[in-house]
Design a binder for this molecule. Sequence first.
Ligand SMILES: Cc1cc2nc3c(=O)[nH]c(=O)nc-3n(C[C@H](O)[C@H](O)[C@H](O)COP(=O)(O)OP(=O)(O)OC[C@H]3O[C@@H](n4cnc5c(N)ncnc54)[C@H](O)[C@@H]3O)c2cc1C
Length: 398
Amino acid sequence: MQHRIIVLGAGYAGATVAGRLARRLRREEVAITLVNAEPDFVERVRMHQLAAGQDLKPRPFREMFAGTGVGLRLAKVTGVDVDRKTVAVIDANGAEELTYDTLVYALGSGWNAQDVPGTTEHADEIASRSGALRLRERLARLDAGQSVVVVGGGLTGLEAATEIAEARPDLDVALAARGGLGDWLSPKGREHLRKIFGKLGITVHEHAAVTGVEADRVTTADGKAIPAAVTVWTTGFAVHPIAKSTALEVTGTGQIVVDGTMRSVSHPDVYAVGDAAMVMGPGDKPLRMSCASGAPTAFQAAGAIAARLSGGKLPNVPIRYFNQCISLGRKQGLIQYVTADDRARQAVLVGRLAAVYKELICKGAAWAVANPTFGLPTRRHRVTREPAVANSAVKALV
Ligand SMILES: Cc1cc2nc3c(=O)[nH]c(=O)nc-3n(C[C@H](O)[C@H](O)[C@H](O)COP(=O)(O)OP(=O)(O)OC[C@H]3O[C@@H](n4cnc5c(N)ncnc54)[C@H](O)[C@@H]3O)c2cc1C
């Protein structure tokens, strides 16, 4: 009987795990099913571009996974029962229950409204394709001189504000940040950021914690009202809520707690990768939700599952940061080099070259998902053992 592996979510992390597993294990011995709600791969790192009016290359999963041995199931996951080892899904034909031997949970994240009054009614988001497309329509309807406020001074906020300001120089674009503009960057990085924001005419409201959103304005903790015909909310991501409704051990925010092999600490048949997983990185700091963290978690999970099933050696993929790649519109970028635990070093790369570098990173990430098995050894391992069997090497990684 085949060992049934179900991967939930075909984002950067889930698609990578499925492709790698297909390359590592013998097709006649494992059945790998990748479940995703949408038929196309969503390049989330480009959602600000989509919102600003650019068209993205369609990337249908059916083409991406043709001939790989990965079974694609286009359906929405509605529940997971980790005790019965089942996943509830629904598609146009109705509801169904799928049974797994090993589960990889990679449902990613969405926007985080943070319970600020008015956000869900009035603010737009760019954490999902549907959100980005909605914002795109709203921006297209704005007349010259109307105001757009991007709330959130993190990487996504910086990218959104600059992309919108570059695409629509006729609009009055502002950014509201809880701290100072790019205050975690090196001095050179901050300087470049200010220069580009100045050139693009973006008004910056620093130390402005937004406490309310209305149809035509946002209000800050110190009582200031900032006019906003459109508010773009980018204050971090919230993980998919399904994990929290299961018996899995999760953090307060709903991320699945995993060990160093990406295996759930409460349910050894379940792995979590990408934004959905709570992974400790260098310096004993949790990894931030990003592709930069998601890719190595996917490599680690795929390697660990294959090793446990085939009795091989557990991998120990280094999980660390090298840089933060920030697009500042299509013509400018900022590459901030960082320490392994994500603190800014002095060195930065700025300007057009940085924009090209960032574009190559985005292209490379999508290409890696579209070619999930490229470059991997073709030798497939036999399934020799059940995944739940304790392996002494695991303890060393935990
Ligand atoms: C505008 C923007 C810019 C960003 N820029 C960068 C960057 O420059 N660098 C970087 O490292 N990170 C960046 N990120 C963050 C990065 O995109 C995420 O961290 C990354 O996408 C997480 O990957 P993932 O595979 O865990 O989840 P996701 O990419 O979110 O994938 C989850 C998948 O699960 C599917 N899914 C969700 N719910 C269900 C369900 N109920 N049923 C079935 N399928 C479901 C989704 O359709 C999706 O395919 C950016 C994010 C945004 C929004």
